[in-house]
Design a protein around this ligand. Structure first.
Ligand SMILES: CC(C)(COP(=O)(O)OP(=O)(O)OC[C@H]1O[C@@H](n2cnc3c(N)ncnc32)[C@H](O)[C@@H]1OP(=O)(O)O)[C@@H](O)C(=O)NCCC(=O)NCCS
Length: 383
């Protein structure tokens, strides 16, 4: 028998490809999209522009930008059948399940879904980018028994999403907050869902299948679902004075504190810092009592966790810890947090598919077999 190889559980530390899309520096807490720092992009850019940047590799000229924005606007609305399925599912299923199903349906409207030429791939990616916020908003409306709101072309990509979800046109600060979340969630190298997208794409399946794989993978609480799980934990803590006791007991019980820790960041997640600062700014704008309470919990939990696990084990806050309270500033229900992540991450998923197909290689890892071999087959009546 040959010697057992080194197994990298969860593919930890394994390089699977080269990529020029984003760089995550886990030791120094830095993130760049196509070479531009996340801090600069969050402050100066917008989601449409960073999507163009991620997909094309360069910042757009004015004409390129206008053309891209127009394509997104034109394709925002949903086919009738997709709306109908969302309406049936939304009241009984988690919004992520609705997202996955409705996204999968979009293949029906593509006359050439298996075309992988770069122009065709880009067309599919931009179409998904345009429609995913509408799927998320429709899901949010129908799950509460409300009517579908058609896209408003006078609004930007993320502000229009918020309008379609809440029925209220966001003010400048609200528009900034939702766009910030779209920008910060757009891309993060080969994390679990992006890898899942690439595994599917590597088989030469179509963009819709790859995206559906990504949505399924993003749902889990160790990945995209952590934002919803973190807010649920804050609600379970309830009173800010209960924060330390709750977390101490959870850690003693070997539970994970959602919104902390990261496979790559062994320091403060730079995206979390940005969300935290906007969350603090929201306190200057007549915040709801709920938001004030959440922020107290957040700050106390952050301090305790950094003291206990940050310096010793490299477990620091990640973006999901602050995302929930920020979405609550905007009045967004916790089950809608991860669907927003999907709508935004489509920019990264699409960029990776485009890049990967330039030099496609089927993903097929190996595993070390620990079972028996050559067992005698016993017929059922003799077992
Ligand atoms: C994201 C995550 C899965 C990455 O973890 P990983 O690199 O696979 O590391 P492991 O799961 O092996 O954890 C390493 C150690 O840290 C501990 N740990 C990691 N995250 C923790 C957390 N959030 N709370 C408490 N302990 C944590 C583990 O229990 C483990 O402890 P041990 O060595 O005593 O067994 C993990 O940090 C986690 O579960 N976080 C909570 C979910 C979350 O916020 N996900 C969003 C990420 S953006």
């Amino acid at each position: 028998m040959s010697e057992k190889p080194v197994i990298n559980y969860g593919l930890e530390g394994i390089y699977v490809d080269e990529s020029a899309i984003s760089k995550v520096d886990g030791q120094n807490g830095k993130l760049w999209y196509r070479g531009y720092s996340i801090e600069n992009l969050a402050e100066q850019s917008n989601f449409e522009e960073i999507s163009y940047l991620l997909l094309n590799g360069n910042l757009p000229t004015n004409n390129q930008y206008e053309e891209f924005v127009e394509k997104l606007k034109e394709r925002r609305d949903l086919p009738k059948e997709v709306k109908e399925v969302i309406k049936v599912m939304a009241p009984v299923s988690h919004p992520m399940d609705v997202m996955r199903t409705a996204t999968s349906m979009l293949v029906m409207y593509d006359k050439d879904p298996n075309n992988r030429e770069s122009g065709a791939t880009m067309y599919k990616v931009v179409t998904l980018l345009a429609k995913l916020p509408t799927i998320a908003a429709a899901t949010g409306r129908f799950r509460e028994g409300k009517d579908y709101i058609s896209p408003d072309h006078s609004l930007g990509h993320s502000a229009n999403f918020l309008y379609m979800l809440t029925g209220k046109k966001p003010n400048e600060f609200e528009s900034k907050l939702i766009d910030l979340m779209f920008i910060l969630h757009a891309e993060h190298s080969t994390n679990a869902s992006t890898f899942s997208v690439l595994v599917t794409a590597s088989t030469l399946a179509d963009v819709y299948s790859a995206t559906t794989s990504g949505i399924g993978t993003l749902k889990g609480s160790l990945h995209g679902g952590a934002d919803e799980a973190a807010l649920n934990m804050m609600n379970a803590i309830g009173d800010p004075n209960n924060t330390e006791k709750y977390i101490e007991e959870a850690l003693e019980g070997k539970q994970r504190i959602m919104g902390f820790g990261h496979r790559v960041y062994k320091t403060y997640d730079p995206r979390a810092k940005l969300v935290r600062s906007y969350l603090e700014e929201s306190l200057t704008k007549e915040p709801l009592d709920e938001v004030k309470r959440l922020l107290q919990i957040v700050l106390r939990a952050e301090k305790l966790m950094i003291d206990k696990l940050g310096k010793t084990k490299g477990i620091w806050p990640n973006i999901d810890f602050f995302a929930g309270p920020l979405y609550r500033v905007l009045g967004i229900d916790s089950q809608m947090f991860t669907p927003i992540f999907v709508a935004s991450r489509m920019a990264g998923w699409g960029s990776h598919v485009v890049e990967y197909w330039h030099n496609n290689k089927l993903v097929r890892p190996v595993e070390w077999y620990t079972g028996s071999i050559d067992l005698p087959y016993v017929p059922m009546n003799k077992r």
